[in-house]
Design a protein around this ligand. Structure first.
Ligand code: FES
Ligand code: FES
Length: 154
């Protein structure tokens, strides 16, 4: 299969690559770039474990083709860790014991980062809406919502 040349920013770094047109961004990030925070959950757009930021907006990287990243800015949790807001969120998640196994964590943190970037004083219902695409099998969601709410109020 013919490959396509792409260029994009990944966590602030310029990347040049040649990718097959049917390769997902998730597979490319994990297996070519060694970026492991986006998780392979359902691999069909249902769970949000593979969430990354594409030009500041959350996308499910299992549903995005690597070729679609051409010219874009992609941020994963590895890159978002440098963002002050993301750091505050992580601190609150830690304080509230908001994660157990942590499989959903990178996706949830990025969804919360997107929400509070756009709406720093988001309320509980807006928070629930923002993370509704991120499935968590462990926590029952309440501590996650509490942690985001506490960060929003700071
Ligand atoms: S792995 Fe992408 S949404 Fe589940
Ligand atoms: S903490 Fe286990 S899936 Fe969310």
């Amino acid at each position: 299969m013919k490959t396509h040349d792409i260029e994009f920013k990944l966590n602030g770094e310029k990347i040049k690559a040649s990718v097959k047109p049917n390769r997902s961004l998730l597979d490319f990030l994990r297996n070519e770039m060694g970026i492991k925070s986006p998780k392979v959950g359902c691999d069909r757009g249902d769970c949000g474990a593979c969430t990354v930021l594409m030009n500041g907006k959350t996308v499910r990287s299992c549903l995005v083709l690597a070729v679609e990243a051409d010219g874009c800015e992609i941020v994963t949790t590895e890159g978002a860790n440098k963002n002050k807001l993301t750091q505050k969120l992580q601190k609150k998640f830690h304080e509230k014991n908001a994660f157990q196994c942590g499989f959903c964590a990178p996706g949830v943190i990025l969804s919360a980062t997107e929400l509070l970037t756009e709406n720093p004083k988001a309320g509980r219902e807006e928070i629930k809406e923002a993370i509704s695409g991120n499935l968590c099998r462990c926590t029952g969601y309440e501590p996650i919502v509490d942690a985001i709410e506490k960060t929003a109020k700071k």
